[in-house]
Design a protein around this ligand. Structure first.
Ligand SMILES: *Cc1c(COP(=O)(O)O)cnc(C)c1O
Length: 497
């Protein structure tokens, strides 16, 4: 049955999956959500026999109902190939009584690759299906990982351009180097003087600007989004939870009728929302454990029912989680409001105006199943060291936050169900923080020397993604104020007045 996508704010007519992917954001500023969450038409037994790619097809076909089987399979084959440095696209590592689901084996060594290696193919297929003549301009705000993964995915993809804004002083040195060395004539990278929320708010404002939209159209361009507000990112993220469950089932670590807990280091709430969708579709998931760093808006929300972004923005060792406005939470709030667009719009207006909103009792009850926790930078560092000393396995700072929160959850609840911890980045992407934790006496000054040292200590090869930027020339050195984003865009597209 066809699934259509409607706005979380109740405006506009429902659109097809391909149209939702092309548009990114709904016209009324809301996020696209499926008009119903489908249920699996395969059992865990069946998934247990499937490859990652086969599972991807079985999951994605349920959401992207206007794509043909051939189109979807083609997109999947082009995305999940030897760009990944392991045969298993998303391997599970059993460490210290939990299963780390390694989502960082793609070309930019963070979990964003899981969705962003397929999004360009979904997008160009969607453009063809809808007879789009305009060039598609991907506009992206990044806290560090989305930017590079989107650049890698869209570089030199015909009919597209990609513009990335990142907080100039808010990403790791390796993250920055990955972005500013990006090749491809259709790529454009800009550092802004501001934090991630400034970049994300700026991008959302630009999306909502009708005059700019018309000006672009007149020049043969149209915007779309590679941020996790795009439904084309959310859907591919459901796949690895299904695959992980199936693998555990196949290996006898999850029995028929049992459930797993899922732990997700969270920023924009996209990854954990995908796990929530998987659960709604029938995957045997019990607790959804949402792990935050010191920017613990989500923890407070789960505690109190009030979402309040009025607080200091803290730069931590897990920069991809340094976020005070978790965009995808809107999809959950909409869902637990009983899919009441009017009501959700009220919350989002309040968030825009006062920086906060409070959900009611009924909605809080519907959050049953979520557990919020947080870890400080110090706790995360100690965790990286302890796990390394006990097992030789090296966590990145984001995954370490999840690991700490999982320990707290276990101590609090005694719940010993098998736990899958989303491992969202390679430790090589955050070498400085990681080495501070496991080798405080290491004196290597630059990140590449540190990566070599980490390679010895972890007995792992330095990933290709790091080798490739070691000596790469800087190709992007644009910097702007947060009020100048529109000008930068028009400059790049050469459509200045
Ligand atoms: C993006 C990112 C996160 C947060 O994921 P969300 O889907 O935004 O919640 C966590 N860890 C890493 C390494 C990331 O790149």
């Amino acid at each position: 049955m066809e699934i259509l996508y409607k706005s979380t704010r109740g405006g506009g007519e429902p659109v097809s999956a391909s149209q939702a992917i092309l548009k990114g954001l709904a016209d009324d500023g809301g996020l696209f959500v499926p008009d119903r969450i489908p249920v699996f038409d395969k059992t865990l037994d069946a998934f247990a026999e499937m490859s990652y790619q086969e599972t991807a097809y079985e999951v994605m076909k349920l959401y992207l109902t206007d794509f043909t089987e051939e189109e979807l399979k083609h997109c999947i084959a082009r995305a999940y190939d030897d760009k990944f440095d392991t045969e298993e696209i998303a391997p599970l590592a059993a460490v210290n009584g939990a299963y780390y689901l390694e989502l960082f084996h793609g070309s930019t060594i963070a979990f964003k690759d899981m969705a962003l290696s397929i999004l360009p193919h979904l997008m160009t297929t969607a453009a063809r299906k809808n007879q789009i003549k305009n060039e598609i301009v991907i506009l992206t705000a990044t806290s560090g990982d989305t930017g590079k993964a989107a650049l890698a995915g869209f570089a030199d993809v015909e009919g597209t351009r990609i513009i990335v804004f990142y907080p100039k002083d808010g990403v790791s040195p390796i993250q920055e180097k990955q972005m500013v060395t990006q090749k491809g004539d259709n790529t454009f990278v800009v550092g802004i003087h501001g934090n991630f929320d400034d970049a994300q708010t700026g991008v959302k404002r630009i999306f909502a600007d009708e005059a700019l939209k018309n000006r672009l159209d007149a020049h043969g361009f149209q915007f779309s989004s590679a941020n996790s507000i795009n439904i084309g990112r959310l859907v591919p993220q459901i796949v690895y939870y299904v695959h992980a469950c199936a693998v555990l089932f196949k290996e006898g670590k999850l029995k028929q009728g049992e459930k797993i807990n899922v732990v997700v280091p969270t920023g924009n709430f996209g990854n954990i929302l995908a796990a929530y969708y998987a659960k709604q579709m029938g995957l045997p998931i019990d607790a959804l454990i949402c792990a935050s760093n010191e920017n613990k808006v989500l923890f407070d929300f789960f505690q109190s029912g009030t979402y309040d972004r009025n607080r200091e923005f803290i730069l931590t060792s897990s920069p991809s989680m340094d976020i005070l406005i978790s965009s995808n939470l809107e999809r959950l709030v909409y869902r637990i409001s009983g899919e009441d667009g009017e009501k959700n719009r009220g919350f989002m207006d309040a968030l825009g105006k006062d920086g906060k909103y409070t959900i009611d009792e009924t909605m809080r009850e519907a959050l049953d199943g979520f557990y919020g926790g947080y870890a400080t930078q110090k706790e995360a560092g100690e965790r990286i060291r302890a796990v390394y000393e006990q097992t030789g396995y090296v966590l990145d700072p984001h995954t370490a936050v999840a690991s700490v929160v999982y320990e707290k959850y276990r101590q609090e609840t005694g719940d010993g169900k098998p736990a899958v911890i989303a491992s969202t980045a390679s430790p090589f992407k955050f070498t400085k923080s990681v080495m501070e934790a496991i080798c405080p006496s290491c004196e290597e000054a630059d990140d590449f020397a540190l990566a070599d040292r980490l390679s010895e200590m972890a007995r792992l090869d330095v990933p290709g993604a790091v080798e490739e930027i070691r000596n790469a020339p800087v190709r992007h050195d644009h910097v702007c104020e947060k009020g100048e984003m529109e000008q930068m865009i028009c400059g790049f597209l050469q459509i200045a007045d």
